[in-house]
Design a protein around this ligand. Structure first.
Ligand code: GLN
Length: 311
């Protein structure tokens, strides 16, 4: 059996396992996300050679949400260097939910990582940009480079989020008061909310991870998007906080850097090999898609893809 045939078999098996799971619930604090059909389910793999394998609803466009934090963090590292991102924002897990105010309070309002809401808004504000619209455009362009040129903002998702993001606005003001927001805080919050509101397919998400697996070169377009020096820091941040307060369990059970979003997407990176992405809306308590995690775990375990257990 060729390797690609094996991948297709694993993708189909994973989809069956994902669809059999009835745990979790759609995010409902963002009205749009509550309305997405909960039975949607997809798994995709993007290999470093550009091969994309998938099963299920692989071309359905869902909200990128927190996985957008990986793109803006990568862009900030490209602009400022990874060391400055670590110094200004951080590289530690918070051990608390992604929108925790307590995590800020106990750390003098420093976000600790670009992969929670506070750190993501801080990262957006840290980018060199003359104004709000150019800040947004450079982030959208970078999402397109890491995934595909089809990525676009959903007005419906964005409106739903902008009309209800009071908690994030409060976090932005706390950051600003402590000197950890480097632009107008409401601009940072608005642009952050837009970056969460782009629509991506499961194939796009796998390509995002594939770009990280492939030393910063998008495996589909072959464009060098991220410098190789920044890949280690990006994957370290994902390992520490990519799955929020489930990141330790994820490292223990799967052993791959990952990132989730409340839109139901999860992506795991196998350095030098591929990325595995899953999508299905129902989430666990931490905000991670239950089915996506099960599907990725099935494939990763079968292929012995665990960076802590090389064999
Ligand atoms: N837009 C969402 C928020 O700010 C993203 C959260 C997530 O995906 N974990 O709450």
């Amino acid at each position: 059996m060729s390797f690609n045939t094996r991948l297709q078999t694993l993708a189909d098996e994973a989809l069956t396992i994902g669809k059999a799971c009835n745990e979790g619930a759609n995010a409902d604090y963002i009205p749009f996300l509550a309305s997405v059909p909960a039975d949607l389910c997809a798994v995709s793999m993007a290999c470093c050679d550009g091969t994309v394998i998938h099963s299920g609803d692989h071309d359905y466009g869902f909200a990128l949400e927190s996985i957008s934090k990986v793109c803006s963090m990568s862009l900030a590292m490209e602009q400022k260097g990874a060391e400055l991102v670590r110094e200004k924002i951080g590289a530690e897990p918070t051990g608390l939910p992604f929108n925790s105010v307590m995590a800020l309070t106990v750390h003098q309002d420093k976000p600790l990582t670009p992969l929670v809401n506070a750190g993501a808004m801080s990262t957006v504000s840290f980018l060199d940009a003359p104004d709000k619209e150019s800040r947004w455009q450079m982030i959208l362009d970078f999402q397109r480079k890491m995934m595909s040129h089809n990525i676009r903002l959903s007005d419906e998702v964005n409106t739903s989020e902008q009309e209800t993001n009071f908690h994030n606005r409060a976090i932005a003001w706390l950051l600003y008061a402590a000197g950890n927001c480097f632009s107008d805080p409401m601009d940072a919050c608005e642009v952050y909310t837009r970056q969460c509101s782009t629509l991506v397919s499961c194939d796009d998400l796998a390509t995002l991870g594939g770009t990280l697996a492939n030393g910063g070169v998008n495996p589909v377009t072959k464009e060098q998007v991220i410098s190789p020096d920044n890949i280690g820091p990006i994957l370290a941040e994902m390992t520490m906080e990519g799955m929020y307060d489930y990141s330790g369990d994820w490292a223990y059970l799967v052993g791959l850097p990952g990132k989730s979003g409340v839109g139901g997407g999860v992506v795991a990176v196998v350095p030098g090999r591929m990325a595995i992405a899953g999508f299905s809306p129902p989430l666990d308590e931490a905000g991670n898609s239950v089915r996506a995690m099960k599907m990725i775990r099935h494939i990763a375990n079968n292929l012995n893809f665990n960076v802590y257990r090389p064999c």
